[in-house]
Design a protein around this ligand. Sequence first.
Ligand code: NAG
Ligand code: NAG
Ligand code: NAG
Ligand code: NAG
Ligand code: NAG
Ligand code: NAG
Length: 440
Amino acid sequence: MEKHMLLFLLLLISSSLLHGYLGFAAGTDDGSEQWGYVEVRPKAHLFWWLYKSPNRVEDPSKPWPILLWLQGGPGSSGVAFGNFIEIGPLDGHLQPRNSTWLKKADLLFVDNPVGTGFSYVGDENLVVGTDEEAATDLTTLLKELFNGNKTLQKSALYIFAESYGGKFAATLGVSAIRAIEAGELKLQLGGVALGDSWISPEDFCFSWAPLLKELSRMDNKGLNESNSLALKIKQQLAAGKYEDAATTWRNSRDFYNFLLDTENDPIGGTTSEELKGSLGIDRYSKYLSTKKFSTADAGTQPVDLDKLMNGPIRKKLKIIPGNVTWGGQVGLIFPAMAGDFMKPRIDEVDELLAKGINVTIYNGQVGRVERIFKLGAFSLYCGNDDSTTKGFVTSYKNFFFYWILGSGHFVPAEQPCVSLQMMGNITGSPNYNSPHKRQK
Ligand SMILES: *[C@@H]1O[C@H](CO)[C@@H](O)[C@H](O)[C@H]1NC(C)=O
Ligand SMILES: *[C@@H]1O[C@H](CO)[C@@H](O)[C@H](O)[C@H]1NC(C)=O
Ligand SMILES: *[C@@H]1O[C@H](CO)[C@@H](O)[C@H](O)[C@H]1NC(C)=O
Ligand SMILES: *[C@@H]1O[C@H](CO)[C@@H](O)[C@H](O)[C@H]1NC(C)=O
Ligand SMILES: *[C@@H]1O[C@H](CO)[C@@H](O)[C@H](O)[C@H]1NC(C)=O
Ligand SMILES: *[C@@H]1O[C@H](CO)[C@@H](O)[C@H](O)[C@H]1NC(C)=O
């Protein structure tokens, strides 16, 4: 373990700083990774990290996809959690991840909104208050990265998101498409994929309790309590009391992964007691910033993301300002966004669909499943296992729905094989091999 870390560090030390049009960017010598800051507003800096796939396939009929990953929270770091725990080339122990999504696309991680992860603000008042403000900042970042770069413009950008990131992704999708139409942003938007997303808080509040009850994870008393809270939230939302609704929601039950007991949760390691104690900061951020994460690759030790990001990763990146700590400003984000947290982003999804953008919803079996409509769907299998159904997919016009079995809130981490396959299909990756299908 130590040895690998040393080797890794040596490799990093040999990487050089690039001084391009991006002003404040750097990368590895071989050009396979680039990262940097974009000052999206004066004193507001978004950190991005782009990985180029070693498995790139040139296919004139299909552009090579770039996948932008947006984590949830708000305030959870995609550069850390999405990258090292879920889909990046290295896991939290800096060992190669078999199921990395880099196999089928280039990966762009952004610590969004400002104040998240390595992104920072020079003045606390500059954190965003709404999804739209975050989307405007992200659109500024995309302009900076894509407008001057013909190579990047040849790829199609697919925005993938998880949890609260779904609200960011839907809003960014709309903001990006408007900027493209106005001729201000030069990129091809391939599609938007929302994973266990928080796009309709009211609907979710009403769906959890009956589901838990059906799964024998809640009794009648719990069902009654939970439904009462859902009703209260509905009334608060109807009255425009968004912050109160967020408070009611935060006082409700733990739901992130009730399919598994906490001790068996592959990315858990935190207790519901710890979650209950978190006030003023969204539980999800708390969940993701807990000290221990095990990856889906069995047998590994829990990961301390804080140590990883503020240790070897920070050393590798070189450009993180001395007074910026990964996660140092996360506490500013939820309070600033409390008034927007419970607002739905369904209209944005409708607008994307109306504009012909492919929209995918992918959900774990128990992670914020809203309405599971009739799945006259195709069954999904993965790897060499053609006897175990791993999920279902169905579609209507440019709307796609994946239901991934045996997964909770963190789909790619909990079901890596079928998730990678799904992502290859959604992005139309030239490196996508249609899986073996069972013949009946
Ligand atoms: C770090 O210091 C620089 C220079 O003094 C300042 O401009 C910047 O806002 C500071 N950043 C943070 C996050 O405090
Ligand atoms: C921009 O394009 C060049 C090739 O023309 C490429 O080497 C470079 O990595 C691109 N910039 C970014 C940020 O990816
Ligand atoms: C949208 O989905 C359709 C159906 O799967 C696919 O043929 C098309 O290539 C997708 N468009 C993009 C830009 O990925
Ligand atoms: C909960 O139970 C009480 C007492 O039986 C009942 O009056 C109330 O309507 C129930 N609430 C919900 C939301 O079902
Ligand atoms: C990774 O993939 C290799 C080759 O496909 C396989 O032998 C190995 O068991 C995999 N490791 C994990 C942790 O899944
Ligand atoms: C790929 O997506 C299409 C919908 O565009 C679906 O019909 C097909 O079953 C999917 N295949 C797999 C293996 O996910």
